[in-house]
Ligand binder design. Structure first.
Ligand code: SF4
Length: 367
């Protein structure tokens, strides 16, 4: 990013935020329902520019195999007195190339180790290799339901949306200057700790739970939903009416394990439908209560509303304003500025579509 362009882009950022405030003041943004969604936009870098530990280790293994093959050929040529058909000089030359490639792979691995990462995009260090996209950024937007205006956005390097619920909802609250919000997002945003923090601030998330059903065996046994949790005693009740007590907290996996006594399961008539080992163990998410509350709120009607709110703006950003989902500016800062301009364009077009160009111009002149 050229230094001489920076003031222009910072101005664009300020104007984009000011236009959101203007739209809010004009009632174009209602701030009642907001939808959060993310989409990948490719960075200015090719897939070849990605230094990945996994790829380098694969490359190293392949190179080792090929070096061993060539060495075997040289040994065979040395051992044989007759003509083996092996061009020893050509094999030595090929070996030299392979050794150079081995050195490059080793250099790449040391570089990643020094950086403390498992992947690095050489020409665009801010970007991350994202599945199905090559080096990319994950663009997050928060869209208001009233007219589909984008309230706020962020260019992130997280490949998944799992950690974006809270920061995006809080950014939307700050952009709108209101304390309570209803935010809806798909199951990729399911994050119990963040949802709890939002609820405590008066922001109500509507997100389907994204968790395993805790099946056992081939999936035909009772799943976790057949076990009822009792908050007062912190126990679970199984389909046979037995009590499963808290056995282990697995903080890293965000769950607590509950189990019945072995004697109970051994004597149980339902055992063939419940446990594959001596007793049944059931996992409960550490933030199960808030996940369940979000799940209950995320009704089919709410999820339909989410689709209606977010799909149009992202499609327009990707294929009408950007033409294709790929940034032109380098670095996260450049990508962020480019996205600010794009969201400003989208919001201007939406406001113009709702009010008409003349009315919008007049209101802007007064505002
Ligand atoms: S096997 Fe154990 S956990 Fe399962 S229903 Fe029987 S007693 Fe309950």
């Amino acid at each position: 990013m050229s230094q001489r362009h920076e003031p222009v882009f910072i101005e664009a950022l300020v104007v984009a935020a000011a236009f959101v405030r203007f739209c809010r003041g004009q009632g174009l943004i209602r701030g009642e329902w907001l939808a959060i969604d993310g989409s990948k936009f490719e960075a200015v870098a090719s897939r070849k520019a990605v230094l990945s530990r996994e790829r380098l280790l694969r490359e190293q293994a392949l190179l080792e195999r090929r070096v061993a093959e060539y060495l075997e050929q040289l040994d065979a040529a040395d051992a044989s007195e007759g003509d083996t058909g092996i061009d020893a000089a050509a094999v030595r030359e090929a070996l030299q190339v392979l050794r150079q490639q081995q050195a490059q792979a080793a250099q790449g691995l040391s570089r990643l180790e020094a950086l403390g990462t498992t992947q690095w995009v050489m020409s665009e260090p801010d970007a991350k290799q994202m599945k199905g996209h090559g080096p990319a950024y994950n663009v997050q937007t928060v869209v208001d339901a009233e007219h589909g205006l984008i309230v706020t956005h962020a260019v992130t390097t997280e490949a998944t949306d799992n950690t974006s619920l809270q920061p995006m909802a809080e950014a939307a609250r700050d952009a709108l200057g209101q304390s309570t919000l209803k935010v809806v997002a798909d199951a990729g945003y399911s994050n119990g700790a963040q949802a709890e923090a939002l609820e405590a601030q008066g922001i109500v998330p509507y997100v389907p739970a994204n968790r395993a059903v805790n099946n056992q065996g081939d999936g035909s046994l009772f799943d976790r939903r057949c076990f009822t949790y009792h908050e007062a005693t912190d126990t679970m009740r199984c389909p046979a009416g037995q009590t499963l007590r808290r056995k282990q907290l697995q903080r890293g996996k965000h769950r607590v394990l509950y189990a019945a006594e072995v004697a109970q399961c051994t004597a149980c008539v339902l055992r063939s439908r419940c446990a594959v080992s001596s007793r049944r163990i059931v996992a409960r998410h550490l933030h199960e209560a808030v996940l369940q509350r979000m799940q209950d709120r995320a009704t089919p009607a709410v999820m339909r509303l989410r689709r209606c709110i977010v799909e149009h703006p992202f499609a327009a950003l990707k294929y009408r304003i950007f033409e294709k989902p790929r940034f032109m500016l380098r670095g996260r800062w450049g990508a962020g500025m480019e996205m600010s301009l794009a969201t400003l364009v989208w919001n201007l077009k939406r406001a113009m579509a709702v009010l008409g160009a003349t009315e919008l111009r007049e209101r802007l002149a007064c505002g």
